[in-house]
Design a protein around this ligand. Structure first.
Ligand code: C2O
Ligand code: CU
Length: 474
C-alpha cells in the first residue's frame, strides 16, 4: 500500500514537476503500455446544455467533460486509476472522490490535502479503489456554486467478476434552481436559506434532463444505481408496482432487504444500489414518485414497459448478496468513544453568530460541538478530534437542530450501529448518514489511513456555513 502510494507520488511529480520532457514522455509510454493503469482525462469547463427540456432555452452550466452529469467513470476494483483533471473554469477547483477510500493526498480538499487547481492547470488524481460500488465525484472548492452549476459525475467501481443482473441503470439525480429563461439563479450562499434547509431547486433532473420515461422489459433483473447529487434536496422514492431490494448503500454491499415502508430515502451525497425484478405488464408504465416533502410530491420518472418481455434467465425472489468489500471491522469493545453534537440553524435554540466570522467567506449558522468551520476546507483548520492510526472509534452523532443533515465522513466507510439508541437491523456500511431533526445515531470505523479528513453535512449550504470539522488521524 505505502510502496504503491510512493510510486504514485513519484510519477505525478515527474509529470507535473520540472522533470525533463523526455522523462515524462518515456513515462507516458510505460503507462500506456501497462494495462493495469486506467487513464481518464477530464476537463472542468463552462458549457451550454439543455437542462429544463424543450421548449426551454439551453442553460449555461459548469460541468465535467462538457456534459451534465460529467462522464460516468468506470474503474475496476483493485485496478490503479489515474484521472487527469484539467481546469478550464475561470475559478479554482478540486475534485473529491466521494466514498472512495484513498490516500489523503488524493482526497481533493483545497488547502488541506492539495493546493487548488488553478484555471488552466491540471492535477492527476491517482488511486486504486479498494471497494467495488457506486461512488461519485464533485468539486470541493466553492462547492455551493460549482456543484450548484452542474459539476458532478458518477464513479462506478466494478466487481472483478460480473454480477447476476441483466443490465444496469445509473441515475444521477440533480436539483437546479432555474430562472424563467432557464438560467441558473444567482443568490448562492443566502444566509437565510443556509440556516434552514439550504438551496432547494425548482427543476429536478435525472442524468441531466427532466426525465420522463425509462424503457424496461418485463423479466429483466436490473441493477439500479442511484446517486443523490443535489445541493440540498432529500428524496424519498416510491416505485409504483415494484418492490426494489436494497443490495448496497453508499457503494457498500449490505444484506439484501426491502427498504423500510418500501421507500428509498436518500439525502444529498448518498447512493443506493437496488435490485429490481421488472414484473410489470408490457405496454404499461409505472411511476417513480418522490414524496419526501409533504405536499410537494411529484413524479420523478416512469418505467415504461416495452411490448415484448425478456425470457427469464434468473429466478425471481432469489437475491444473492453482492461480494463484500475488504473493509476493516471496527473493534466495538475497545473502540474509543466520542460525541458530535450538531447545532444551530433557525429554531435551533441559539442561532450561531449572526455576523461574519473573520477571514471566512460565509456566515456561521451551524456548528459541531460549538465550533463553526465554514467554507470548503482551507489551510490550517484545527482538528476537532485527534485519532490514532489503526484504532477503532465510535462516534455518537446527535442532531440537536430542527433540520435534516446527511453527515459525510471522507476517507472511511463506517458501520451505522444504532439510531436513537436502537440497533440498526443491517448495521450497514455507509459514508454518509442521514439524521432527521432531533435524532441521533452511532457509527463506528477504524482510523486506517492517516491525514486530515473532513466530516461535514452534505447539504452544502450547511457545510459552508459551519457544519464541518476535520478529524486528524496520525
Ligand atoms: Cu461529497 Cu466533502 O463531500
Ligand atoms: Cu445539514
Amino acid at each position: 500500500m505505502l510502496a504503491s502510494m510512493g510510486g504514485t507520488i513519484n510519477r505525478r511529480t515527474l509529470l507535473i514537476g520540472g522533470a525533463a520532457l523526455s522523462i515524462s514522455q518515456s513515462f507516458n509510454r510505460t503507462a500506456f503500455a501497462e494495462p493495469s493503469v486506467k487513464i481518464v482525462e477530464i476537463s472542468a469547463a463552462p458549457a451550454r446544455l439543455s437542462i429544463g427540456g424543450e421548449p426551454r432555452r439551453p442553460t449555461d452550466v459548469w460541468c465535467y467533460g462538457n456534459s451534465v452529469p460529467g462522464p460516468e467513470i468506470r474503474l475496476r476494483q483493485g485496478q490503479r486509476a489515474r484521472i487527469v483533471m484539467r481546469n478550464n473554469l475561470p475559478v479554482n477547483t478540486t475534485v473529491h472522490w466521494h466514498g472512495i477510500r484513498l490516500h489523503n493526498s488524493m482526497d481533493g480538499v483545497p488547502g488541506i490535502t492539495q493546493p487548488p487547481i488553478k484555471p488552466g492547470e491540471t492535477f492527476a488524481y491517482e488511486f486504486t479503489p479498494p471497494d467495488a460500488g457506486t461512488f461519485w465525484y464533485h468539486p470541493h472548492a466553492d462547492s455551493l456554486q460549482q456543484l450548484g452549476r452542474g459539476m458532478a459525475g458518477v464513479l462506478v467501481v466494478e466487481e472483478p467478476s460480473p454480477q447476476p443482473f441483466d443490465r444496469e441503470l445509473v441515475w444521477m439525480v440533480g436539483d437546479w434552481r432555474l430562472t424563467p429563461d432557464a438560467q441558473i439563479a444567482t443568490g448562492f450562499g443566502s444566509a437565510t436559506e443556509a440556516a434552514m434547509s439550504g438551496r432547494i431547486g425548482n427543476t429536478i433532473t435525472v442524468n441531466g434532463v427532466v426525465a420522463d420515461e425509462v424503457a424496461v422489459r418485463a423479466g429483466e433483473r436490473v441493477r439500479f444505481r442511484i446517486v443523490n447529487g443535489a445541493l440540498a434536496r432529500i428524496i424519498r422514492l416510491r416505485f409504483d408496482g415494484h418492490r426494489p431490494v436494497v443490495v448496497a448503500i453508499d457503494g457498500q454491499p449490505c444484506d439484501p432487504h426491502e427498504p423500510a415502508t418500501g421507500r428509498v430515502l436518500l439525502g444529498p451525497g448518498m447512493r443506493v444500489d437496488l435490485l429490481i425484478d421488472m414484473q410489470g405488464h408490457p405496454g404499461r408504465s409505472y411511476q417513480i414518485v418522490d414524496e419526501f416533502y409533504p405536499g410537494l410530491t411529484y413524479s420523478l420518472a416512469k418505467f415504461f414497459y416495452q411490448d415484448e418481455a425478456l425470457p427469464r434467465r434468473l429466478p425471481f425472489g432469489n437475491t444473492q448478496s453482492l461480494p463484500q468489500n475488504p473493509l476493516p471491522e471496527p473493534d466495538l469493545e475497545t473502540a474509543e468513544r466520542h460525541q458530535l453534537r450538531l447545532q444551530g440553524g433557525v429554531m435551533g435554540g441559539a442561532m450561531m453568530g449572526t455576523g461574519r466570522v473573520r477571514g471566512m467567506s460565509h456566515e456561521a449558522s451551524w456548528a459541531i460541538n460549538g465550533k463553526s468551520m465554514t467554507g470548503d476546507g482551507h489551510a490550517g483548520m484545527p482538528p476537532l478530534l485527534n485519532l490514532r492510526l489503526g484504532r477503532s472509534y465510535r462516534l455518537a452523532i446527535r442532531n440537536e437542530t430542527a433540520w435534516w443533515h446527511p453527515i459525510h465522513l471522507h476517507g472511511f466507510s463506517f458501520r451505522v450501529l444504532s439510531r436513537n439508541g436502537s440497533p440498526v437491523p443491517h448495521r450497514q456500511w455507509a459514508d454518509t448518514v442521514l439524521l432527521p431533526p432531533k435524532n441521533s445515531t452511532e457509527i463506528a470505523f477504524v482510523a486506517e489511513r492517516e491525514g486530515d479528513w473532513m466530516l461535514h453535512c452534505h447539504v452544502i449550504d450547511h457545510q459552508v456555513s459551519g457544519m464541518m470539522a476535520v478529524l486528524r488521524v496520525a
